[in-house]
Design a protein around this ligand. Structure first.
Ligand SMILES: *[C@@H]1O[C@H](CO)[C@@H](O)[C@H](O)[C@H]1NC(C)=O
Ligand SMILES: *[C@@H]1O[C@H](CO)[C@@H](O)[C@H](O)[C@H]1NC(C)=O
Ligand SMILES: *[C@@H]1O[C@H](CO)[C@@H](O)[C@H](O)[C@H]1NC(C)=O
Length: 127
């Protein structure tokens, strides 16, 4: 009898632990976007080429309508607007607003005299 109570308590502890863990994982924001950038070593019309990898690092949550700050962004290399679209001078839309799943790189390359600083702006998260 007391063995049963004991295991019930163990199960309750386990369940509340799992609830806590899953709540922790759902605490994601548009900041849960990693943006990596590096020189590819290629040149376009004498401008160095940069590669950008954008990764949703929120486990089990998709992010859509992802916007990044891309102040004064310019490129001499064509970028497919369904990957990156400048919606104003300062904000760029990623994947045309389509959902980005966890840990899958969204990649584009651009070429300019200097690199730009890209930071997360906003997104809609669904877990
Ligand atoms: C989401 O981003 C916040 C702030 O950068 C960080 O504290 C948290 O650990 C991130 N969550 C995950 C699941 O990566
Ligand atoms: C994804 O992006 C990261 C960070 O830039 C990079 O290290 C990794 O090689 C990329 N993965 C693929 C499959 O391109
Ligand atoms: C998002 O972009 C708008 C327009 O440039 C800007 O006013 C706002 O501060 C940005 N938000 C973040 C979190 O960067």
């Amino acid at each position: 009898m007391s063995k049963m109570v004991d295991s019930t308590i163990k199960i309750l502890i386990l369940v509340s632990f799992l609830v806590l863990v899953s709540q922790g994982y759902s605490e994601c924001s548009s900041n849960n976007l990693s943006i990596y950038q590096y020189l590819t070593g290629n040149q376009l019309r004498l401008f160095p080429e940069y590669r950008v990898d954008i990764i949703n690092n929120c486990p089990d949550c998709i992010q859509k309508n992802v916007k990044i700050n891309c102040p004064n962004f310019g490129t001499v290399e064509f970028i497919d607007p369904s990957i990156l679209l400048s919606v104003s001078g300062n904000v760029c839309l990623v994947t045309g607003g389509k959902p980005i799943v966890t840990n899958v790189n969204v990649t584009f390359t651009y070429a300019w005299s200097d690199s730009f600083i890209f930071t997360p702006n906003s997104s809609e998260i669904s877990c």
